[in-house]
Design a protein around this ligand. Structure first.
Ligand SMILES: [Zn+2]
Length: 297
């Protein structure tokens, strides 16, 4: 067991005890988002009864103090978990400067994280999408320019000679595992592909914007997972998402905020077992994605 620790001692505390992770080839992290965090009920993975909690760490990164990283364990497999995209509170998600993402990924870099699962609820842009659908997104459109475009520049991390490519932008290894598990156990529809649109996180879109996104090839719109996909690839980490549809996007059909919350809670109940099974499978996975995620010199 590791006790919570802070700041300068955090890196030492974050290291596993002798032999603690030696049987696992990968270092895994899960980034909480509305697909798995039931925010309205204050239910997060670190309080889940089926998960062992080994404490938490805060890393003093080159960009500032990281969000709290919980050291969790499921069926003996250790993984790091960050609540709700690294925002201190849900209300902070209206803050658009993106420092939570920079510090969270700088901490992952310090800890040697190799594989990350994320995911968020989204607005369904397509007419045939239903509330509760899961989407293992395979491409993205980014319209968010308020956050730092480079984690390397923002956190003073060097990866000389590596220029990140995003074709495909999500790790095919993790996507394959997420889809196989979700198709087997998720109590709803699961799409193996989808293009997630990310735009200004401070508001919902207009109907005209949604029509534009649909014309451009977007399938669902969300506000955080694309930043995470960009930073993970810049740092050479394997990353994929379990996105979901909590509501129709504006102008597609009517919806209420209450419906979003109810649907989101139901999605999380079905999606958490998918994420946990994927963590176990990823712990010993030999990457088959070549240089897709880690980059080539
Ligand atoms: Zn990969």
């Amino acid at each position: 067991m590791t006790k919570p620790c802070l700041f300068l001692a955090a890196i030492l505390c974050a290291l596993p005890a002798t032999g603690e992770q030696s049987e696992f080839t990968n270092v895994i992290a899960v980034i909480g988002g509305t697909t798995i965090d039931r925010r309205s009920q204050g239910a997060y993975l670190d309080t889940n009864d089926s998960i062992e909690n080994d404490g938490s760490v805060i890393i003093e990164t080159s960009a500032g103090s990281s969000p709290t990283l919980y050291k969790l364990r499921y069926q003996g497999v250790p993984f790091y978990y960050v609540r709700f995209h690294g925002y201190a509170t849900a209300d902070d998600s209206l803050d658009t400067n993106g420092q939570n993402f920079v510090r969270m990924f700088a901490a992952f870099h310090e800890l040697g994280v190799t594989h990350i699962i994320g995911g968020a609820t989204s607005g369904g842009i397509l007419e045939n999408q239903q509330q509760g659908d899961l989407i293992v997104s395979d491409d993205f459109l980014n319209f968010n320019y308020e956050r730092p475009s480079s984690i390397l520049a923002a956190a003073a991390i060097e990866r000389p000679g590596v220029f990140p490519r995003y074709n495909p932008p999500f790790c095919p290894d993790i996507r394959k595992i997420l889809y196989a598990i979700a198709a087997d156990i998720y109590p709803g529809r699961v799409s193996p592909t989808g293009t997630v649109v990310q735009d200004d996180p401070s508001r919902f879109e207009t109907p005209a914007e949604i029509r534009m996104y649909r014309t451009l090839g977007g399938d669902h719109v969300s506000h955080n997972v694309v930043t995470e996909a960009i930073y993970a690839r810049q740092l050479g980490m394997h990353f994929a998402v379990l996105d979901s549809v909590s509501n129709p996007a504006e102008g597609v059909r009517s919806f209420t905020r209450g419906t979003i919350r109810t649907t989101g809670d139901a999605i999380a109940r079905g999606a958490i077992p998918v994420v946990l099974k994927a963590v176990v499978e990823l712990s010993r996975l030999s990457p088959a994605c070549g240089t897709t995620c880690i980059g080539e010199h």
